[in-house]
Design a protein around this ligand. Structure first.
Ligand code: FE2
Length: 285
């Protein structure tokens, strides 16, 4: 057995893993233990790490094929062009007049990463390099629990249905019902899915990217989504992470959503993102 310990962070989801230094290559027995904790808690937090781009990519590769950066090259700024193809910076920092990352300031609505793709990435790793003195927290919502607590009426109504997802790169708060900008991506996914590794049922819609449910009238779709989005925000289903420099988080995009709280605009925030592809896509429930 390894020295790692797993401590749950809330009743909703999340666990802190300690006793591991990610600068060193992970033994397969340790990555198996971490994977097990991750599947159980949906979000894992490993603190006090000091990771380069390649350290983070190596960590992610222990759990699957690292995901390509899906944004168009025209949206990949010069500072990123020489970095590993999977690295994306989430940051509000501007250097020499150019933003070094994406998704700069303020609040961000609940979403799941790459949900606008036909085969979304199963996991995201995010590493904290610079963190503001307050705010910029990440809230995770457990979609197994939201599914379990969905009214029977909605389970029946939505069973077997698909939802239309869309995203316009760079949007953090959606202020219109349908995206109509130049860089919109779209995908269709079942509303209810079976997680391919845990076999548990989950709901796969979110406020930032899900625009409508197929087969319902526009009004009914709007009302149903509004009801689900409210449920996803309930505190009982959420864990709010207050970042510290050196935190590495890996979350499961198949069964969680995440959102960001606002933070002071003048303070620097810099996190490095590397995603992991899904080799066994979820099936409809
Ligand atoms: Fe995200």
């Amino acid at each position: 057995m390894s020295n790692i310990s797993v401590t749950p962070l809330s009743n909703a989801c999340g666990a802190e893993i300690s006793g591991v230094d990610l600068k060193n290559p992970l033994k397969s027995s340790v990555s198996a233990e971490i994977n097990q904790a991750w599947l159980e808690h949906c979000v894992i937090v490993i603190r006090d790490q000091d990771l380069s781009d390649i350290d983070q990519v190596n960590f992610a590769e222990a759990f699957g094929q690292v995901g390509d950066y899906l944004r168009p090259d025209t949206l990949r700024n010069d500072a990123m062009k020489d970095r590993h193809r999977s690295v994306m910076f989430v940051s509000n920092i501007v250097e020499n007049g150019e933003a070094i990352g994406t998704l700069p300031d303020g609040e961000m609505m609940f979403h799941t990463d790459t949900g606008y793709a036909q085969n979304p990435h199963k996991a995201t790793t995010l590493f904290a390099i610079e963190i503001p003195s307050k705010g910029g927290n990440t809230i995770f919502s457990n979609q197994y629990k939201v599914y379990e607590n969905l009214p029977k009426r909605l389970k029946k109504l939505l069973s077997g249905r698909n939802a239309q997802h869309a995203y316009e790169f760079g949007v953090m708060v959606k202020d219109k019902e349908f995206y109509n900008g130049p860089d919109v991506r779209t995908a269709t996914h079942p509303v209810f899915r079976v997680h391919s590794e845990t076999g548990r049922r989950t709901i796969y819609v979110n406020e930032l990217m899900t625009e409508s449910i197929e087969g319902l009238s526009a009004e009914e779709s709007r009302e149903v989504l509004k009801e689900i989005f409210a449920l996803q925000k309930e505190k009982q289903f959420c864990y709010e992470h207050v970042w510290r420099k050196g935190d590495l988080i890996m979350w499961d995009n198949r069964c969680t959503l995440h959102a960001r709280t606002d933070f002071p605009k003048k303070q620097r925030r810099l996190l490095r993102r590397v995603t992991i592809e899904d080799s066994t896509p979820n099936t409809a429930a």
